[in-house]
Every structure is written in structure tokens, then in C-alpha cells.
Design a protein around this ligand. Structure first.
Ligand SMILES: [Zn+2]
Length: 224
């Protein structure tokens, strides 16, 4: 399917909703470029000078599963979006905006760069119970951290279907970290939805408890 290159897709959902997996599938099947906030942040943290107290603090916050300083995160994301838009590339975001502050800064920019009609917003719905279940046993592959479909795990899969490396437990998701991420979602990400609705953006709700392929199909229907 051809998707207009100057489009931006925002995918929301609580931890475990599979939004990153969906962003990967969309990148593969639409040609739009995924902007990975976590990757942008990790790049910064990997080159942290220990004397940089701000970056060291942000690195600590990140590893505790809390949300980083919104102004700082937003500036990093915006820099990347402008770069890609400048190359006439559309974008996919699954981790930004994550706070109301980010939304207020980023949405006008998206409108300016892509036009309102080319902004598509999806919310992958998941019950708390399902989110907890998925996060405590989230598995990824050893080589590339590809998320492994829980259904495949139940069927006994031991190696990544994409690169054949071993399936391992993702260490970020211990129970305390997961609880923190869920409460951060409710306290800081949910207000974004009110802001978007007040500003007449349509939020397309998708049932995130369906199999990965079905969720992807449902999203693609809205991009035709
Ligand atoms: Zn893999």
C-alpha cells in the first residue's frame, strides 16, 4: 500500500499495548520513518559525560521507568522530526508526545509540517489486567530486541522469527518498573487525549488485545 510520504502517525497505548511493534510494522509497510524517542535518548545517555549533572539525572530517571524532563525530550524529538520532514519523509511516533507539555508543543508543529488531514492518531486499547500480564512476561530477542508475540511464546517459540536469535526476558520490565510505567501513563499521558479532543483531533481507538497482525490491519484501514 502506498501511504502519502508527508503524513505523521501517532500511536498511543499503555505499556504492553504493542505500540512499538505496530510502529515497526507500519514502518515496514508504509515507508514512513519511525522516530524512536527511546533510541534518541539512549544515544544521548551512551555518550553521557559523568560531569554533566543534568544528563546523569535524566539517565537515572530513565532507568527507574519514570518520564524524562518534558522540555528536554521534546527538543530532541522536534529536532528529529524537522530533519525528516526536511527530507520530505513522513513519520511514525509511538512514544511521543508522552506528556501534555510535549503534545502542546508538538501538535502545532505537526500541523505546520504535515497539515491536519495528514495527522493520524491511534489509541491501542488494553485492559489494566492484560497490560500487567503482558508486561511481566514481555519477551524480546537477544540480538535486536524484537518484541516476541505472546501468542508465539505460548506456542513454545524459542528463537526470533526475524533473525533467529534467542528469545530472552526484557530486563527493563520488572514488576516495580512496570507499575511505575502504568501510573505514569495514567497521570501524565492520559491528559493528552483530553487536549487532543478539545482541539478537534480525531483519536481512532483500536482493540489492542487482538493479535498483532489484526491490530496492524485495523490501523492500515484508516491510512488508505
Ligand atoms: Zn530478532
Amino acid at each position: 500500500m502506498t501511504v502519502h510520504s508527508k503524513k505523521t502517525i501517532l500511536i498511543f497505548g499503555m505499556p504492553g499495548s504493542g505500540k512499538d511493534t505496530q510502529a515497526d510494522l507500519l514502518q515496514k509497510n508504509t515507508g514512513l520513518v519511525r522516530v524512536r524517542t527511546s533510541k534518541l535518548l539512549e544515544d544521548k545517555f551512551n555518550n553521557t559525560d559523568p560531569s554533566d549533572t543534568f544528563l546523569m539525572e535524566q539517565k537515572k530517571i530513565w532507568h527507574e521507568g519514570k518520564l524524562n524532563d518534558p522540555e528536554w525530550v521534546t527538543s530532541i524529538v522536534i529536532e528529529k522530526i524537522k530533519e525528516l520532514s526536511g527530507k520530505n519523509k513522513g513519520t511514525i511516533l509511538s512514544a511521543s508526545p508522552r506528556t501534555l507539555y510535549e503534545a502542546k508543543v508538538e501538535m502545532p508543529l505537526f500541523e505546520e509540517l504535515y497539515g491536519r488531514d495528514n495527522i493520524k492518531i491511534f489509541l491501542l486499547k488494553l485492559s489494566d489486567e492484560e497490560a500487567v500480564k503482558r508486561n511481566t512476561k514481555r519477551l524480546v530477542c537477544e540480538a535486536n530486541e524484537h518484541p516476541i508475540d505472546p501468542k508465539l511464546v505460548e506456542e513454545g517459540i524459542k528463537i526470533c522469527p526475524i533473525d533467529g536469535s534467542l528469545v530472552v526476558t526484557r530486563t527493563l520490565d520488572n514488576e516495580e518498573t512496570m507499575k511505575m510505567r502504568l501510573s505514569e501513563f495514567y497521570n501524565r499521558t492520559s491528559p493528552i487525549f483530553d487536549f487532543l479532543r478539545e482541539n478537534s483531533f480525531q483519536i481512532i481507538e483500536i482493540n489492542g488485545e487482538q493479535p498483532i497482525e489484526k491490530v496492524h490491519e485495523d490501523i492500515m484501514e484508516y491510512l488508505a
